[in-house]
Write a protein that binds this ligand. Sequence first.
Ligand SMILES: *Cc1c(COP(=O)(O)O)cnc(C)c1O
Length: 229
Amino acid sequence: MIRVTENLALINDLLALAAVEANRGPTSIRLLAVSKKQPVEKILAAAAAGQVDFGENFVQEGLAKMARTRSENLIWHFIGHLQTNKTRVVAENFDWIHTIDNAKTARRLSDQRPAALGALNVCLQVNVDNEEGKSGVGVDKLAELAATCAELPNLALRGLMCLPAVRTEFDDQRAPFKKLRVLADTLRARGIALDTLSMGMSEDYRAAIYEGATIVRLGTAVFGERMSG
Ligand SMILES: *Cc1c(COP(=O)(O)O)cnc(C)c1O
């Protein structure tokens, strides 16, 4: 448990360092602690150390953790693949979703969002490497989806997210993140306001920060290895 506290302190220093190296403000990066398949005790330890944003990939697992951390005022991000029959649970319980890739899901989430919660913050997941069978809207369909989401009353379109194919070299890692940044710039030029690039994980967050990430999603770097199953 003490490890989570130490990991967080180290990671926050590394994020600030990478930001400064990339000529960005040291506090310009928001750390999303990906707590999927991690015990709730580690979430509580992270919260005690000041971590606010947590990411979950599975709806029921996320709900169970929210129920056990109510008093902490945490911000919950859904970052997994969302089946259309589970949209209501996300609309009613999460603060953000990073993985919208089709208009049907977007419309359902907007329809099902309780007014009292305010708009659901959303990022569109883009299949930047054009990988077959991978989640994410195709680059060719992104502008249309963004325009649709920008009009939906109970969604706040915040930005783009990607989960690129694994690359090991720093310069190679930058390429898909650069692509996402350019896509966001293109949408902004068309009048769609975006303030978020959700990109970078434990192995490639530095490259993502160099390319403008505003949210990095780190799991193992914060919590250690995940439980299996
Ligand atoms: C699991 C996951 C992460 C975190 O991965 P790590 O390699 O543990 O940092 C980030 N984003 C998404 C979408 C994930 O599913």
